[in-house]
Design a protein around this ligand. Structure first.
Ligand code: ARG
Length: 467
């Protein structure tokens, strides 16, 4: 950086072009967080009202001053909500913007609000409140997505589709069962959200700068007023902790990963080659050059949002890594990551809920695909074990030969004449054809959590009761 003998007006050649003067302007630019932390205005004001009320209750400020403060803060809240508030970068952040305006509105009493607190516990409070609300919103949105899947699963408890491993046809499953796999995934995400709410449900206010305060404050009172279970227990940890933000980002990253897998399946399923689902015009776009195209852009963007969310998680982990206790200004960089990830996650869940509800499922096409690729080969092997007493390994071998023969003849397993099957193994009878259909295959898989329609319906009932 230039030393103070250089002309600050001309500033640094490498990066100074946009600065009217030297270091001061740069300092303001790097230091100010108002550009993004103004998003915390409602939480900041709520926190200040709770703090002032507690200060008056404890006799630390007068009731008269408290009333002025609360009235002034409510005025500021309406000003900001009504778009009649001028945020100033010189005032750095939301905390000082609000406090400065309070001083203009109510005079010297405003100066008493910051008694027994610091911006360190204040920002920890505001941000925790914001993340808590966001988690609650995420919980509701996941519930909506799960509900959409439950409806589709019920509708398609019997619709047969190919199940894949390695994206190669494996065994027939039902579309309802496949939908319920996502219910399990998003159900786990939602339970992670609920745990995170429990983890963060402690009030930071009153930790002050890092050491607590000599004023006779009541942290239990502010905790209760702000809807927290209890106050945090260590003032140093309180102002240096951002686990709640990192937990939010971790949950968002895992949910984003789930959403991207779903997005990828929708992209694949909606290709003409698969043709399993059709997205409505509401969730697709056309091509400016190829008139025949209908692109699953919403699904592709959901798939891509994962990149931003993962980036935010890694960014905040990296920001926090190696920071000495307690507060360091590095921690100001926490908010944009969380705000951006929250916006991406909300959009992704909303878009996916829309797509899941909206997509048309082509059951005929799914069924046709379910029967191809020798998907009932395992059923033939199981039949040989059950009806002919073969060890599974031998049955596997016999079935392999049947598949090879069908492949040579260019037909399905069920299309092989009995004489062909008996030439491979003499114990095979015409009863075997009963298990070679896809419907028989799925209906037989009644093991707990299996794909049989009866099992799928049990799982739907289980989730309906807890959604
Ligand atoms: N804007 C700051 C942040 O977001 C508020 C806390 C500032 N504290 C301080 N001691 N400078 O972290």
């Amino acid at each position: 950086m230039a030393d103070d003998t250089t002309d600050t007006k001309s500033s640094n050649q490498m990066w100074g072009g946009r600065f009217a003067s030297g270091p001061d302007a740069i300092m303001e630019e790097i230091n100010a967080s108002i550009g993004f932390d103004k998003k915390l205005f409602a939480q900041d004001i709520r926190g200040s009202i709770a703090h002032a009320t507690m200060l008056a209750h404890q006799g630390i400020i007068t009731t008269d001053d408290k009333d002025k403060i609360v009235h002034g803060l409510n005025t500021i809240l309406s000003e900001i909500e009504g778009g009649n508030f001028e945020f100033s970068r010189q005032l750095e952040d939301i905390h000082m913007n609000v406090e400065a305006r309070l001083a203009t509105l109510i005079g010297p009493a405003a100066g008493r609000l910051h008694t027994a607190r610091s911006r360190n516990d204040q920002v920890a409070l505001d941000f925790r409140l914001w993340v808590k609300e966001e988690l609650q919103k995420t919980e509701q949105m996941l519930t909506g997505l799960i509900a959409a899947f439950l409806d589709r699963a019920e509708e398609h408890a019997e619709s047969v589709m190919p199940g894949f491993t390695h994206l190669q046809t494996a065994q027939p499953v039902t579309f309802g069962h496949h939908c319920m796999a996502y219910v399990e995934m998003f159900g786990r995400d939602r339970s992670r959200v609920r745990h995170a709410i429990e983890h963060l449900d402690e009030s930071p206010i009153g930790a002050a700068a890092l050491a607590g305060t000599g004023y006779p404050i009541d942290r239990h009172m502010t905790a209760k007023a702000l809807g927290f279970r209890e106050p945090t227990r260590n003032s140093i940890d309180t102002v240096s902790d951002r686990d709640f933000a990192i937990e939010f980002l971790s949950i968002a990253a895992i949910a984003g990963m789930h959403l991207s897998r779903l997005a990828e399946e929708i992209v694949i399923w909606s290709t003409p080659q698969f043709g399993f689902v059709r997205l409505s015009d509401a969730f697709s776009t056309g091509s400016s050059i190829m008139p025949q195209k209908k692109n699953p852009d919403a699904a592709e963007l959901v798939r891509a949002k994962t990149g931003r969310i993962n980036g935010s998680l890694v960014a905040l982990l990296t920001i926090m890594k190696g920071l000495p206790l307690a507060y360091s200004k590095d921690m100001q960089e926490d908010k944009e990551q969380v705000f951006d990830a929250a916006e991406s996650l909300e959009l992704a869940i909303a878009a996916m809920t829309g797509m899941v509800r909206d997509m048309t499922v082509n059951t005929a096409r799914m069924k046709e695909a379910a029967g191809s690729g020798y998907s009932t080969a395992t059923d033939l092997a199981d039949w040989l074990v059950r009806e002919a007493g073969l060890p599974f390994r031998d049955a596997h071998h016999v079935t392999g030969r049947a598949v090879a023969l069908a492949e040579n003849k260019g037909c399905d397993l069920a299309e092989l004449p009995l004489s062909d099957l008996q030439a491979i193994h003499a114990a095979i009878t015409d009863k075997v054809y009963d298990v070679l259909t896809v419907e028989a295959s799925v209906a037989s898989r009644k093991s707990f959590g299996g794909t049989a329609p009866s099992e799928v319906r049990k799982q739907i009932a289980f989730w309906r009761a807890r959604n």
